[in-house]
Design a protein around this ligand. Sequence first.
Ligand SMILES: *Cc1c(COP(=O)(O)O)cnc(C)c1O
Length: 244
Amino acid sequence: MSVEIVQRNLLNILEAVADAVTSSPASKRCRLVAVSKTKPAELIEACYSKGQRHFGENYVQELEEKSASLATKCPEIRWHFIGQVQSNKIGKICSSPGLWCVETVESEKHAKLFDKEWAKHGATVLPLRVLVQVNTSEEENKGGIQISEAPKLAEFIRKECVNLRFGGFMTIGSFDNSHTSGVNPDFEKLFGVRKQWAEQTGEDIESVELSMGMSDDFIQAIQQGSTSVRVGSKLFGAREYKNK
Ligand SMILES: *Cc1c(COP(=O)(O)O)cnc(C)c1O
């Protein structure tokens, strides 16, 4: 896709997000995370030059390469790691310049490792924001912690991980639920997880985020209270995978 088309897509998506926020009683604000996996740094820069700051990557190697190559040109970029976490890659994720949020923490073990690695690489900057990924659709091939365990992991991060800041909950949800019109049960479940966490801790539900909604369902997600949508193909075009 050309720079011009991507920039036009960006403005259209931002407008659609803003409209959905305005028309949804459950929504006060929503950020766009531009999911740039498999796409070149040039298209990221094209969005950055139009004011986009939050970008998401799934693969550690791509995050490493793009964050390094854009660090000088795009100094205000805020990277979100949204891929499945492997213990042996946590150091590399934490060393990526501009890392702002890890959306896919699903165990105490990974939380502890992020806490330790961030102390080495980034803790002089800020605590690292992390989200607890929840497997709302209960599919075996989906990442994320079980619904019933999610509030406990959130509390573990808040209480035990001094270099991390618990930022909220994230989910992907099932393909079928995101391609059926009407209320998405997976998004409802994530909304419920945050509510339960807030009741248990006495915190305000508005104090933490819900990251849910992708290209095909971000409007629905906003209607159900998403505060951060992750949009890839609708912005950058369909992805091509060499080995699939
Ligand atoms: C790839 C990906 C997205 C973006 O998906 P699109 O359907 O292309 O918008 C969002 N979230 C996660 C976790 C992803 O892996």
